[in-house]
Design a protein around this ligand. Structure first.
Ligand SMILES: Nc1nc2c(ncn2[C@@H]2O[C@H](COP(=O)(O)OP(=O)(O)OP(=O)(O)O)[C@@H](O)[C@H]2O)c(=O)[nH]1
Ligand SMILES: [Mg+2]
Length: 254
């Protein structure tokens, strides 16, 4: 299979990184490589990444970023580096086991089907589910935000536009000029999904079960959720005129 690079953004994931790397490398995916995008975590995640790089030469690549700059910046940096390293499939996922690694082989298989440009591990398509610990009101809010609110504003087809578990084909990331992407927090995933659809790429979804992080600290709160909801409008204003002919770089001439 062509080259697969998994991007793992980390900030204080010392409790999760090693198991995550072992789990990913044990998957039946030939030659899978991992790029750890660490924002100088105070808990020493970066040093763990270095040790893992020694243990698994050529399979684990630590990227040491200077300071905490948010998920969006880390991913943009990772996309560039994965493209430069020749990846055909670029995977992105959280390092806290909310995104089940065992779904990855199926997502990668899907990404190889003709006509599919992006695969999203989805909580909201048939077969997908949310953490059973979540109360019904939280589940309802999350469903409404994704399946109704975001889709009404942006007109996107995907049911889980905020989902962060994805397999990108190289051509999509080559088609996006990362300078266009301004969001850095939780809305980053939505902005990427919207731009992908505006450029005429085809996203499809594979169901996943999303579980709450078991180890480490959660950063989500109501203020962040409200800010994200308002920022959906910004994303719409910024990109509503994008067309497939706006695809950038080498993707424009294929
Ligand atoms: N490099 C980098 N990674 C980050 C940053 N913020 C979060 N991450 C990582 O991004 C992934 C998702 O972040 P989480 O903190 O799990 O966010 P979440 O899943 O929305 O919220 P909780 O799991 O409830 O904390 C994890 O692997 C984090 O370690 C950041 O500023 N820089
Ligand atoms: Mg999480």
């Amino acid at each position: 299979m062509s080259k697969v690079i998994v991007l793992l953004p980390t900030y204080n994931e010392a409790e999760n990184l090693e198991l995550m790397v072992q789990t990913l490398l044990a998957l039946p995916v030939d030659g899978l490589e991992i790029m750890v995008l660490d924002d100088n975590s105070p808990d020493g995640t970066g040093q763990i990444a270095d040790r893992l790089a020694d243990e698994y030469p050529g399979r684990v690549h630590p990227v040491h970023r200077l300071k905490k700059e948010g998920l969006g910046r880390a991913y943009r940096d990772g996309y560039e580096k994965a493209l430069a390293a020749g990846a055909e499939y670029i995977v992105q996922m959280d390092c806290d086991f909310s995104h089940p690694p065992d779904r990855l082989p199926e997502m990668l298989a899907k990404a190889q089907e003709p006509g599919i440009d992006l695969v999203i591990g989805s909580r909201y398509v048939k077969g997908g589910s949310l953490d059973s610990e979540w109360g019904w009101h939280r589940k309802l809010l999350s469903r409404w935000a994704n399946q109704v609110y975001v889709r009404l504003i942006l007109g996107t087809r995907v049911q889980d536009a905020t989902g962060g578990y994805r397999v990108w084909t190289r051509r999509v990331l080559e088609g996006i000029d990362f300078e266009w992407i301004r969001a850095n927090g939780y809305i980053f995933q939505t902005e990427m999904a919207y731009v992908t659809e505006r450029l005429g790429f085809n996203a499809c979804e594979v169901p996943i079960h999303f579980s709450e992080r078991a180890r480490g600290k959660s950063k989500m709160d109501l203020k962040i959720q409200i800010e994200a909801a308002l920022r959906v409008w910004q994303v719409w204003l910024r990109h509503r005129r994008l067309r497939p002919s706006d695809r950038s770089r080498s993707a424009a001439d294929v």
